[in-house]
Write a protein that binds this ligand. Sequence first.
Ligand code: BES
Ligand code: MN
Ligand code: ZN
Length: 496
Amino acid sequence: MTIMFSDAAPAITEIGGTAVVFVAGDGTLSKAATAADDAMGGAIRRAFNAKKFKAKHGDTIAFPFPAGMKIDKLIAAGTGTDPQTATDARRLGGKIGAALGKMGASSATILAADMDDPTHIAEMAAGIRLRRYAFTKYKTKADAKSDHGEGNITVIAADKAKAEAAFIDANALAEGTFFTRDLVSEPANILYPDSFAERLETLADHGVEVVVLDEKQLEEIGMGSLLCVGLGSERESKVVVMKWNGADDANAAPFCAVGKGVTFDTGGISIKPAGGMEEMTMDMGGAGVVSGLMKTVAMRKAKANVVGIVGLVENMPDGKATRPGDIVTSLSGQTIEVINTDAEGRLVLADLLTYAQREFKPAATVNLATLTGAIIIALGNLNAGLFSNSDALSEQLADAAKAEGEGIWRLPLSKEYDDLIKSSLADMKNTGGRGAGSITAAQFLQRFVDDSPWAHIDIAGVTLSKEAKPLYPKGASGWGVATLNRLVRDIFEPSA
Ligand code: BES
Ligand code: MN
Ligand code: ZN
């Protein structure tokens, strides 16, 4: 789908195809909506007065083959009564995208000439793209309903140049989010550590410095915890380090994002039951978000230093696989008794966290991982779980998530929970007891971080969606790219 902006407002009677006009929550029609309403003999006003179209934010109503115009489908979209944020505008675009999808319209003219804020126009356009995303790579018979990739959206704006300028940032987020969704949607026979790393190398086209560490290098570095996860796999484990150096001071301490990239999680020797195991192609969701973040900050040329680190491994059962009871030595030097080979994500992250802090001395580190089923029991699919050693970073993350409309909820860490992962043979074990599974996982990670601000976000419940939402279809959501992008912008970039 291509988005074009124009400030040559066409007469409503001259447009063909599908067009979208806007109505405020109190029933005030935009200029274009007024013209359409006049041509149709007052149909929009009648729908509003009859309360069939309340013009609440994101409400839409379709008028097929409207009288007095060449348009095939006219859509009136409500903008509500409350003052709008950029995120609201993006969601409005999402609702318009959904309405277009429902009608099978891939192209449309959006008549937004009296929307004042160019940022809102740009976000609305990006919202249409975000909602119309589809992963159709493996559908050999193009299905009109699911094929949302095609089409031209022309947005009529009062000031084309300003809308285009604002669209660079808004679209960078859409492109980064698509990168994440594509990675999460790929099956594990196509996306494995090596092919994942190859895709990340394409970020070099956007100015990201990409370094791929192979198994031999990881052994030399001493990542015994990360490497034990991939021992049962035919695929070589990889760690990819991505650097975006956008700050004026090239040596300024970076923001560091770390992601769990288990390209398939069978559970290993502690094998998972067959039912639903296919979902574990998404167990690289944390690495997917980190990758999407890197693409977004690079595409919008963020004035911040951002480092992304992902650990790419496949967790398989095999004669060479790690056994329950095995003891491994992590990069930090701490030893770990592997009680359950299905608690593998924390083993991957442990070494990445040590590596991140030793190599980069970050201003803050945030790791993302589809870490525990227990977080879905606690929070369902509505909130990601947040754990942190810093109240300030927690608040910054919660504020960023709120502003972007992504759910996040903080859970506790404490010495008492930490005691649950004591091992009689090694420095720690990789699972706690039956209770507090997400917290003991977070306690495990905290053993690998120093006192610098760190947060762990458990995204097991939000990485895939069973249903369409305003800004994504069913499937990979891309949750987290927007929140982290805003965190970078609001906290690590000089204010504009
Ligand atoms: N990848 C899973 C967690 C997961 C579950 C992600 C469901 C998405 C949906 C993780 O590696 C795992 O298997 N965790 C175990 C930990 C347990 C063995 C302590 C779990 O949650 O059951
Ligand atoms: Mn697992
Ligand atoms: Zn896993």
